[in-house]
Ligand binder design. Sequence first.
Ligand SMILES: Nc1nc2c(ncn2[C@@H]2O[C@H](COP(=O)(O)OP(=O)(O)O)[C@@H](O)[C@H]2O)c(=O)[nH]1
Ligand SMILES: [Mg+2]
Length: 463
Amino acid sequence: MPQDLTRDLMDLIERGRDRQLRLAVTGLSRAGKTAFLTSLVDQLRHAGLEARLDLLSASRKGRLLGAQRVAQQDLGVPRFPFDQARASLEQDPPCWPEPTRGISELRLKIRYRPSRQAWLRPETVELTLDLFDYPGEWLLDLPLLEHDYLSWSQTQFDEAGPTRRAMLATWEREATQLAPDADADEARLAEISELYASGLRQAREAGFSNLQPGRFLLPGDLRDAPVLQFFPLPGLANWSQERLAALPESSIYASLARRFRYYQEHVVRPFYREHFRRFDRQIVLVDVLGALTAGPERFEDLSQALARLMQSFNYGQRSLFSRLFTPRIDRLAIAATKADHVTPEQHVRLVGLLEALLAEPLKNLKYANIPVKAMSLASIRATEAREVKHQGRITSALKGTSMDGEPLLTFPGEVPTRIPSADFWERQGFNFIAFRPQPSAPGALPHIRMDAALEWLLGDKLE
Ligand SMILES: Nc1nc2c(ncn2[C@@H]2O[C@H](COP(=O)(O)OP(=O)(O)O)[C@@H](O)[C@H]2O)c(=O)[nH]1
Ligand SMILES: [Mg+2]
């Protein structure tokens, strides 16, 4: 395919010249990826004019000239619905962009004036930024590639806490009755898979995130396909690997293991290969405040899910060679999203809590010598900070509009700086209220520290 080859070569050349950057915007479902991408595109499009991007050096110095969406590379992937997202925010009353149901891609050309003019150096330069959006549910399938069916089955049980396990009780009752060596009955396996899927859906509704397989929650175009009809098999502890491997193809064990492998090879691996291998930079978005509201079991579950997830990416320093042929993530941001849900003096605490939540992956990144920055941000700020007099004292509060359109003035609570103790959950907790986006105004979307995120993720490429 000469066309593909030309495209790949062009890519290599652009990468080599540092004029192309692939940014992975990762996060679990509802972390705020779509909002972040929408705001990122919006801020860059307004750069130099109405956007407030003082923490982005190229913008502050007036060197950032703007950005335009251009034809993306992979024509088989839908375009990120920026216009729809922007339109929902402009509605009256404004709405948050629709949840993501599939994958989409976006390519921006950012134009800037280099910081130093030199002989033979053009007056303006373009940086191509590739971004894409996908459902967070699918991301959690990446760790599944490290397992075979047997080890996967076992971990699914070991990790689930009591609440999550209770949600799968109906499924567990049926699944425990299956003998691994019995002949598989297709219809029955389909039924039990549906029980498993429904247990997972219930767990997600209840705020859990560490749920696999991701396509059970959001099947995309695979609804009702037999590849989605498997589940972990309880009671494998009494079976040796050899005995299981010797079971006939028609047995329950072999049938489920076959589907698991198919799912790995035909669903997860292509998703990983095509979209997740070739990144240069990454931002991991985490809805810390949402998890704080959901309680200790969910909080722990989120921490596990994120640690597992970050193992699926390639991190490493970029040499010229690796930059060309095996791109790796050489710089990373982790961000607590929706920071407009707490008053400004809580932002530092929020970052502390984010770092505590990601303690394990952060250790590994530090060991690998990858620069990481932790921050809090609001992609699309929905509240305004206010000082109010309360019992004779000045305190800070948030002014916003509830999702039902009620005006609100609240103090949502203190953010703990470490993983909260049992005591915190019992006494205080955290009350997360969903806000409606602010009515649309001319210019770029209101935000908190989007410019800091941009400076860290691409500031050096705009020099
Ligand atoms: N107040 C506020 N809410 C946000 C912000 N970003 C996301 N949200 C809320 O979180 C929800 C999920 O965000 P979304 O970007 O769709 O998450 P995704 O699943 O990671 O793409 C949105 O519908 C909003 O209600 C933000 O910056 N501020
Ligand atoms: Mg989304």
